[in-house]
Design a protein around this ligand. Sequence first.
Ligand code: FES
Length: 114
Amino acid sequence: MITLCHIDEIEEGRSKGFEVLNKYLFAVKKDGRLHLYYNYCPHLGTPLEWQEDQFLDSDGALIQCSTHGALFLIENGQCILGPCKGKRLKAIPFVLGNGFMMVEEADVSTLGRL
Ligand code: FES
C-alpha cells in the first residue's frame, strides 16, 4: 500500500494532485466523499490541472482539463462536454485507513495510455 495523504489535507470542494511511481493521480473531495483519478486527459493524454492542485472549474462543480477545457463529472469521471465527450477519466481504487488515503502499488504501476 502507498499512502497518498490524510483525508483532512483535501478540503471540501477542492482537489489535490499526487505523483506515485512516476504516475500522476489526483483526488477530489465533494459532499464529504473522495474520488481518485489518473491525471491523464482521455483527449490527448495531458495532465489536467491548471496549476498545482487545481483540477476543477471556477465554481468547483466539475473537473476541467486545462488544455482544451473538457468538463468531467466529479462522481464518475465521465466527460460531459469537450473533445472527449462520452469518455471517462480512469478511476483509481483506494482504501481509507486511520484517516489516510492509500492505493495498491499494482493499481498505479499498471497505468498506461488510455
Ligand atoms: S487534452 Fe484535455 S481536452 Fe484536450
